[in-house]
Every structure is written in C-alpha cells, then in structure tokens.
Design a protein around this ligand. Structure first.
Ligand SMILES: O=C(O)CCC(=O)C(=O)O
Ligand SMILES: [Fe+2]
Length: 415
C-alpha cells in the first residue's frame, strides 16, 4: 500500500471516530421543573431541588428500593457493584419533560450527528438516589427493544460532590462531572448526559450530599420511515464536519485509479453494538439495522449511499475454524448436529463466506480490506451481556460491519 493511500485510510478512520459517543451539559429550566413527586406504599413526598433539605433527601432515599443490575442473565443485588436506591417509573413523576424543554432536539443534533429530521422519543425508566458512598460500576445499558439506541440521565441540582459519569468506548474515556457543572450554575438548572447504550459507563462514588437522577431510554420513534443514507432526503441538511471530511476522503480514495483498479471490497467494523432479538434471531434480517444505525455508523452508510456505492450491513462470526462473513443473523439453536463442521453449516445453511485471514493461508471465499477493525460475534456462546443495568433474555447486543463494493476502474463516483 502506498503512503498516500495509507494516509487517506487514516483520515477516514479519524473522521469516523472524531465525535464522542455521548453529549452532556447543563440546561437552564423553569423553577417548577425542579419539582419531583414520589410515593410508595402510602409513603408520599414532594421535593423541590431548588431548596431540598437533607431531611427531604433522606425521606426520598427511604422510599427507594435497593437498585439491582443485570449480571449475565440474572438481576442481582450486589453492593460491591451498584450501591444506590431506585424507584421504578410507576412511583414518581417529575415536572421536567425532555421533549417540550427542547432537550431531545439538542440530543438529536449532537448525538445523532445532525440527523435533525429523525424523530426520537424518550421513555421514562427510573429514578436513582445516590447518597454518600453510593456508586454504580462499569456497565452497558441493556437494550429494551430493537429501536432503542441510547440512554439519557438527568441530574437534579441537589448539592453533592463526586458521582461523575465516566464513559468509555473503543479505548477512549470521557468524564461528565455534573456536580461541579451544576454548582457553577446560578440559575435553576438540570445536568444531562445522553449516550449510546452500548457505551460503557459508570458512576463514581458520591463523596458528600445526594445525587438524584432520572433515567430515560431513547428510541428512534416508530413513525419514522425515513430511509437512512438515501440521496433523496426531503430536507437539505448541513453535514457536520466529520461527515464532510469522510465523504471527501472516501471520494478521493475511489477517484485514485491506482487504488483497487480491479475493484474489491471495503469493510468497516461498526463503532456500536446493536440490539438483536435473541428469542428469534432469524427474524433479524440485517437490512433492518440500516434504519437503526447510531451516530457515525449512520453517517458511514449515508455517505456510501450518497456516493452511489453498494453497501450492506453484515456480520462476522468467529468459529474455531476461522471467521465467516454473513448477510444475516444466525440462529445457532437451529444446528441439529453439533458434530457437523460449523463453517460448513454456516456456508450451506446461511450462505456464509469464509473470510481471508491475515494470519493463516487457509482457503477463503471473500477478501475484505478493513478500513476500521471489526469485532467478531462468538458462534459458540450465547451473547449474554456480562454487566447490564437489567437482566434480559430477549435482547442481546451484536457486532456488525458495513461491507462496501468498490467497482473496477473506470468508476463513476457521485459528487
Ligand atoms: O444514575 C445514573 O447516573 C446512571 C444510572 C445508570 O447508568 C443506569 O441506570 O443504567
Ligand atoms: Fe447505565
């Protein structure tokens, strides 16, 4: 590979990973939006976070249940992993509304990288109270539906120290210290952080005071049938800087006639994991994920389609005999004969193709030039999430990739 192609590929990788997979901030609100009502078993309360006394915060804490989390396929209570109180959505009502306050619009503009026409909705999930010494260690949020893409955490301005949210993804780490951000705000305000649910996050220990949060699950709204990636989007939009850079870079690469003159296949491991219905995996036709891609994964498909390239979401399975590329999700429970060679089974039942390996000279059926690294799904084990915020046997996360055909020269690339 010559130097300039190498540099172009690096620029593509940089454009795809330049935006953090979360957004956060402090939102000024009307004073009445700092009011929360709660109650359980006849034990009722109203708390105004503009002036919440310690007694009021202790009362709220006393009404909460101990918070559990999902470890493998079980909900467990373990104070070495999660120490906090929680109330389910039936037991509290907050005045603040993410939709009418404009917060959802801000999240769409930031987290969804300018995909402004995409309707999203926030579903109330839980109230959490973290008193001194409380925390929640690293986990991902359990998907609760195929259209769920993210999580939103609101932090009320009760005075506290500690309790920052740390987020980690693909080797990078970010922190949002809502306590400090809220303490600096003179006006009534709420802290917020929204992230893609497959991004690992944790709440660091609270050193003093009370950290009260309300969490929401974020979904692509059902009424949206807008097809991502088409060049026929109804409303013009200004692409964010990383999208413009990615598009220019990919076009330049394809216009270079010395690059893949006979054509070939480009592969991009997607940055995010996606909810997959584990109970009935065969209904997971990979095409449906096109509409649900998150952030820069959506941008990648949008740009490929805009350039007129043939691109499809695919999945790589790791087997003991190498990797197989497939255009659909596999139901391993359909495999009647465990003695049968799994690669042969994937090939004969699912049109799987053996991927060329960088490490061995084994025979292969497809050779992909990977621009970003791909993760393999393990064909041999069920994909339980080790640490989630809830145990769920229906939904699992799956790693996907985008496979893009590069035509032979002379090739026409849309502008
Ligand atoms: O309360 C928070 O700050 C985050 C809670 C959380 O991560 C969860 O409920 O999954
Ligand atoms: Fe979480």
């Amino acid at each position: 590979m010559n130097d300039s192609v190498d540099e172009q590929l690096k620029a593509l990788q940089a454009a795809l990973s330049s935006k953090p997979p979360f957004c956060s901030g402090v939102l000024e609100v009307l004073p009445e939006n700092l009011v929360l009502y709660y109650g359980k078993d006849g034990n009722l309360g109203r708390i105004d976070f503009a002036s919440a006394s310690e007694d009021k915060l202790k009362h709220l804490t006393s009404v909460c249940d101990p918070a559990t989390f999902g470890r493998n396929d079980r909900d467990v209570y373990d104070e070495t992993y999660r120490k906090a109180g929680k109330l389910d959505a039936a037991y509290f009502a907050a005045k603040f509304d993410p939709q009418s306050s404009g917060l959802l619009d801000a999240i769409r503009g930031d987290l969804l990288e300018g995909d402004r026409e995409r309707p999203i909705r926030a579903e109330l999930y839980k109230l959490n109270v973290y008193g001194p010494g409380s925390f929640f260690k690293a986990h991902m949020d359990t998907p609760r539906g195929s259209d769920m893409f993210g999580s939103l955490v609101l932090v009320f301005p009760a005075a506290h120290e500690g309790g920052a949210i740390e987020l980690r993804h693909e080797g990078a780490e970010w922190t949002f210290d809502s306590a400090t951000a809220l303490a600096a705000s003179q006006k009534p305000s709420i802290g917020y952080v929204a992230f893609f649910s497959d991004v690992e996050h944790e709440v660091t220990p609270i050193r003093s005071g009370y950290r009260v949060t309300v969490t929401y699950n974020l979904y692509y709204a059902a009424e949206s049938d807008a097809v991502l990636g088409g060049g026929d989007r109804p409303v013009a939009r200004d692409p964010p800087a990383n999208e413009a850079a990615f598009k220019a870079g990919l076009r330049a690469l394809l216009e270079d006639e010395a690059y893949m003159p006979d054509g070939g296949v480009l592969g991009f491991g997607l940055r995010h994991q996606y909810p997959c219905d584990r109970q009935d995996p065969t209904k997971n036709d990979l095409k449906q994920f096109e509409r649900r891609l998150k952030g820069s994964d959506a941008m990648l498909l949008r740009v490929c389609r805009a350039l007129g390239l043939e691109a499809s979401v695919q999945v790589v399975y790791k087997t003991y005999a190498g990797s197989a590329l497939l255009d659909r999700v596999v139901d391993f429970e359909d495999r009647d004969d465990p003695e049968e060679d799994v690669v042969y089974w994937l090939k004969s039942t699912y049109n799987g193709m053996v991927l060329k390996s960088e490490y061995t000279d084994e025979e292969y059926e497809v050779s992909v030039s990977w621009v970003t690294p791909y993760a393999r799904n393990d064909a041999m084990s069920l994909p339980f999430m080790t640490y989630g915020n809830e145990a769920d046997v229906t939904w699992a996360y799956i790693h996907l990739c985008l496979v893009v055909k590069v035509p032979a020269v002379p090739r026409a690339v849309n502008v």
